[in-house]
Design a protein around this ligand. Structure first.
Ligand code: NAP
Length: 308
């Protein structure tokens, strides 16, 4: 599909793209570029690409598709460095978790004859780096493309086919709409997880380590999300500020309503609310976006000391 695919950043997402693209023969040559030698060495050891370099200006030369797989806060600087070296007709895309900011950061640096088609695979784990990637990461997961109006249709179609080749379902949407939807479904849940784990770790001192020792599923599941990469998530909140603030306002109002129900002993309200939310989870399982296995399909490790 592409003659020369250039991946800038080769962490969880970049390495997963590389593995699947190679498996499916979606690119003749895969160029891997990242800033640290250590990461480049790991990418080489995993045989993720055909060409490796820490110089992005060299990496993009002759590429017909460049995918930025780095934290969102790095895009303006990368755009500036790659802009003058991009080939005519090249598709420039990314995998960043925020979309309006990508257009703002990249567009000023791209030549006219290059097609900018931002993208976001809704797939991931809490692990980072080139060893975290696996070829099936995007299977039956959505990838959202957010091209501006007037973007070359063929470029959007080609990128759509590429993501389908990686196993994804693809939908095209407006960048602002994307940022609002993802604020609710991903960014706020992460902020809540970071917050609850922070609160619990402060309480840890007063509870003499009992928070960790007796971490029941609720807290434990939050710790998984709160273990996500700090740089990536810092950048998400810095670059999706408006939508996150707007959605946090709504979240706080709804939380106050539940707080009132608890204070007033309003069991009917609590029951009705929890019934509705249970249906939402069932809907997600039915849509094939989550497993219904107990414990989220994870192996249960019994720690005899804590459970004695
Ligand atoms: P990752 O595993 O931490 O890998 C990040 C890569 O970017 C590494 O190759 C790293 O290079 C490079 N990098 C980091 N900071 C950089 C900077 N300032 N300038 C240039 N390169 C830099 O990250 P990831 O999870 O793959 O995430 C990459 C992108 O995918 C992010 O934009 C994120 O929003 C998006 N995304 C992530 C997930 C997820 O669940 N993780 C899901 C969907 C989308 P070195 O190691 O050489 O420093």
């Amino acid at each position: 599909m592409f003659k020369r695919l250039c991946l800038i950043g080769i962490g969880l997402i970049g390495s997963s793209i590389a593995l699947r693209a190679r498996q499916e023969g979606l690119a003749e040559t895969i160029v891997v570029s990242t800033r640290r030698q250590e990461t480049l060495d790991r990418a080489k050891a995993r045989n993720l690409g055909d060409v490796y370099t820490d110089k992005v200006s060299e990496a993009v030369q002759g590429a017909d598709c460049v995918i930025l797989c780095t934290p969102v806060g790095s895009f303006a600087s990368l755009g500036e460095r790659i802009g003058p070296h991009l080939a005519d007709g090249c598709i420039v895309t990314d995998v960043g978790s925020v979309k309006r900011s990508v257009v703002k950061q990249l567009k000023p640096h791209l030549p006219k004859n290059v097609h900018l088609v931002p993208g976001h695979p809704i797939a991931g784990t809490e692990y980072s780096g080139p060893d975290a990637g696996f070829a099936t990461l995007f299977d039956e997961r959505w990838c959202l493309l957010t091209p501006e109006q007037g973007t070359d249709k063929q470029a959007v179609e080609k990128l759509t086919s590429f993501w389908q080749g990686l196993g994804s379902w693809v939908e095209v949407m407006e960048p602002d709409h994307h940022d609002m939807v993802l604020a609710v479904t991903s960014h706020i849940p992460h902020l809540i997880a970071y917050n609850i784990v922070g609160t619990a770790s402060e309480l840890e001192e007063v509870t003499q380590s009992e928070v960790v020792k007796f971490s029941a599923s609720g807290f434990r599941d939050f710790t998984r999300i709160a273990a996500s990469d700090p740089v990536m998530w810092r950048d998400v909140f810095l670059h999706n500020k408006d939508a996150v603030i707007e959605m946090l306002g709504r979240f706080s109002e709804d939380l106050s309503r539940l707080q009132r129900a608890v204070r007033n002993g309003d069991g009917d309200l609590l029951f009705e609310h929890f019934t509705k939310t249970r249906d939402i989870r069932r809907g997600i399982i039915e849509a094939g976006q989550e497993t219904d296995l107990p414990n989220f399909g994870r192996d249960v490790v019994v720690d005899t000391e804590s459970n004695s």
